[in-house]
Design a protein. Structure first.
Length: 483
């Protein structure tokens, strides 16, 4: 496994296990830690609400005390500004921690539900119980937020967590590993750094839940590995998220919001608008507004990276550069391989059949396609797998509702893009190829909880209705009671 920061990598000696509830692969380097987390969970220590709140406060304090280290690490990985790091990584995380601290007690309470006459005089309730040892596998694009946010939800719900960070933002991964591994007992919360090899080894072991954020192809690998143990998964994946711009929208406001959402984090955002579908009648006006807005924030002559990010690595830079069809460039298209810089790029007159429309772009290239008929545009969107997000910009209620009703997607926004994920009252997740399950706020707590359903009866009274001998009268009574 990688040792991003020398002493922070979790090194575990292989051990043999004889308990079938524990891990079984003798040579697996993570057997011991996974067994320890299972044992720890079985002590019930994580079920105490006060204990859980304490852990979340500890994470919050660690983040606060080490913000400058995190800013520096993120800058070294992406050349991302402090402002953007705070806004897109830390602010949302602090909010989620605070929300969980405030609500753990309420969310973990038993909930009474009605019982029905057939079970009179019983009572029924649901107990949200922690699932057990959790594996969280993170992506590279928001390496603090997308690793610690699910970890916080899992801990809040009372589970021990093993977090596997992405190997690509090596500096940030090393800081997270150091902060967590130096301050938490590894039975409760531990970070493993590494890539395919480490993840493959982890996937051989038994977890009570796997929470994965990343690409569709790797999501399939995770799902298959989890199936061997019937381990439930949450898969937070990607896809081609469209933004539909109708002629009746406010162009300037729409473009302002769209440009921010597309080019923040250098376009490396899972819910960034992947492509634009604009009504033909306003295409020229829209393109012009795009140009003005982009040039305002990202002058194409300037590669100083105050407000604009690098591409994460050369492999991704090369992949993205190949997607820029020079005949289609309306704006931008300037690249610098050494600096892994791609200027915000707009492509026009693109069709659904072109290469750039086949896979998620995940970079600062925005193809613009025009349409004359919304039904046709919707049909085209539906030829692709269900996207993680969809955005509709229009003042017309019927148009908005048509898109919301007819297109299936994870979540989205009307007259805005990306910002839906900042509202923790909205469960965040995909559908179909863009993912399974959701999190954020209460949805996150529920994702890491099992809803244990209980019916409780007193000893005092037991009607004979369900017992033989059966009779016509009993039959009629049971019909009346149950139906
Ligand atoms: P990725 O799938 O390449 O990697 C994700 C994780 O899987 C990393 O920790 C990596 O080490 C591990 N991994 C990679 N290959 C593996 C393999 N063969 N076997 C086992 N593990 C493996 O994804 P990424 O490049 O880090 O992130 C980009 C993708 O993630 C995009 O598709 C994006 O849309 C998606 N994403 C989704 C969300 C969301 O919330 N839905 C958020 C961010 C990114």
């Amino acid at each position: 496994m990688t040792d991003g920061n020398n002493n922070t990598t979790v090194l575990i000696q292989p051990v043999l296990q004889d308990d079938k509830n524990k891990t079984t692969t003798p040579t697996n380097p993570f057997s011991e830690i996974v067994s320890k987390q299972k044992e720890y969970f079985n002590t019930n220590a994580t079920k105490d609400i006060g204990f859980r709140i304490e852990q979340l406060k500890k994470i919050r304090a660690l983040l606060r005390a080490n913000e400058s280290k995190l800013y520096e690490a993120i800058y070294n990985d992406f050349s991302k500004s402090e402002f953007e790091t705070y806004a897109t990584e830390l602010a949302v995380l602090y909010h989620e921690i605070n929300l969980n601290i405030k609500n753990i007690k309420k969310w973990s309470n038993r909930k009474r539900v009605t019982t029905g006459l057939a079970n009179f005089p019983g009572k029924s309730f649901i107990i949200p119980e922690p699932l057990g040892n959790i594996l969280v596998i993170g992506p590279w694009n928001y390496p603090i937020h997308l690793t610690l946010m699910p970890a916080v939800a899992a801990l809040a719900a009372g589970n021990p967590v093993l977090l596997k960070t992405s190997e690509l933002p090596a500096n940030t991964s090393a800081v997270i590993a150091q902060l967590i591994n130096d301050n938490f007992s590894k039975e409760l919360f531990c970070v493993v750094e590494g890539g395919v090899q480490e993840t493959t080894a982890l996937l051989e072991l038994h977890f009570d839940k796997i929470f994965f954020t990343g690409s569709v192809p790797v999501g399939k690998i995770i799902y298959q590995a989890a199936a061997k143990n019937l381990t439930p998964v949450t898969l937070e994946l990607g896809g081609k998220s469209p933004a539909i711009i109708m002629a009746d929208c406010n162009i300037n406001i729409s473009v302002k919001r769209l440009v921010w959402a597309k080019f923040i984090n250098g376009g490396q955002t899972c819910v960034a608008p992947d492509y634009v579908l604009v009504e033909k009648t306003i295409e020229e006006k829209f393109l012009l507004a795009l140009q003005i807005e982009i040039e305002k924030y990202h002058p194409d002559t300037d590669e100083s990276r105050e407000n604009y990010l690098q591409i994460i690595n050369t492999k991704n830079f090369d992949r993205l550069e190949k997607l820029i069809d020079r005949d289609r460039v309306y704006l931008g298209g300037r690249t610098n391989r050494e600096k892994r810089y791609i200027s915000p790029t707009v492509l026009k007159d693109v069709s659904f059949e072109e290469e750039i429309m086949q896979e998620e772009i995940f970079g600062p290239i925005l193809p613009v396609l025009s349409f004359t008929n919304l039904d046709t545009a919707i049909r085209k969107i539906k030829t692709k797998p269900k996207p993680l997000a969809c955005y509709i910009y229009s003042k017309n209620k019927r148009t908005v509702n048509k898109v919301l009703n007819e297109v299936s997607f994870g979540g989205g926004a009307v007259n805005d893009s990306v910002m839906h994920l900042s509202n923790s009252n909205l469960p965040f997740g995909g559908v179909g190829f863009s993912g399974i399950g959701s999190y954020h706020g209460k949805a996150g707590f529920d994702t890491f909880s099992h809803q244990k359903s209980i019916m409780q009866k007193p000893f005092g009274f037991e009607p004979n209705l369900k017992y033989p001998p059966y009779s016509k009268l009993k039959m009629n009574l049971i019909k009346w009671l149950i139906e």
